[in-house]
Design a protein around this ligand. Sequence first.
Ligand SMILES: [Zn+2]
Length: 326
Amino acid sequence: MHRRQGQDAALSDLSHRDTPWDDHRARAADVQAIYSELSEFERLAERIGKCSGVLRFGQTPDPETGEMMLRLREAQFCRVRHCPVCQWRRSLMWQARFFQALPGLVEAHREARWLFLTLTVRNCPVEALRPVLKDMNAAWGRLVKRPEFRQVQGWIRTTEVTRGRDGSAHPHFHALLMVPPSYFRGQSYVKQARWVELWRDTARLNYAPSVDVRTVKARPGEVDGDVSQALRRAAAETLKYAVKPSDMTADPAWFLELTRQVHKLRFIATGGLLKGFLRDGQESDEDLALTDGDGQDDGSRVGFNWRPADRRYRRYRQADAEPKTE
Ligand SMILES: [Zn+2]
């Protein structure tokens, strides 16, 4: 049995679109190793160790080619905040939810336009991150009450922390704002310089912070006026990871301190028409497997398991199941 392990087919060879699994799961193993160094984080290390060990796929025909495609049906996730696998699945889940809600929103607000806003503050020592993030959250609460912001019909805001080259922490917000066309007319338009002032005042900063604001619009070559591709890119950017996986492993001491600093802080917030449909920390295994919205399931399963030695998922027939016959 053991001798044959290396010969089992790899998931990445059988299903091209599932190639990211190996990379994310390998990073999870690295994060687990970092956590296991300190007794304080032992429990997190244990949980990550059990994350997504076995993946069970169903098979569905590709609607275009008729070829059989693997589609994830069952897996068990650890839900540790900084687990690279869970962070990746959560990001995909949020993006899927956003795009499920969108047609209804756009139908009701055909004219809606979108802004992609990034608000930053100066880097801080990672040991000082928690109060800085709390202040930023309070500042956001003041910002949304400003008259300029009242034009915003709905918003999603996420927190990201990257690692500065000098080992500092760089916290920032990404936000997607839904605005009516009147936003772009005359007095209503909020220039970038005004966003800088608004953020400086509401965050009570004694310097002009770096603020990036751009209208979500189609790129040259995309159908004119069709922002769906552009919105997809902006949503992917907003709803990505909170901490870049490479930042987690580049400097273990930085990452361990970050874990302490952000404990139980919320990293996603929503308001207006988008209020409440993306939440932190309530996802089930089914949510993270992204199984919903597809009724075709004959009960058959194709199993794969994680092989730590060669850092790949390979075929694991013990987890297979025959189609259910009724
Ligand atoms: Zn996990």
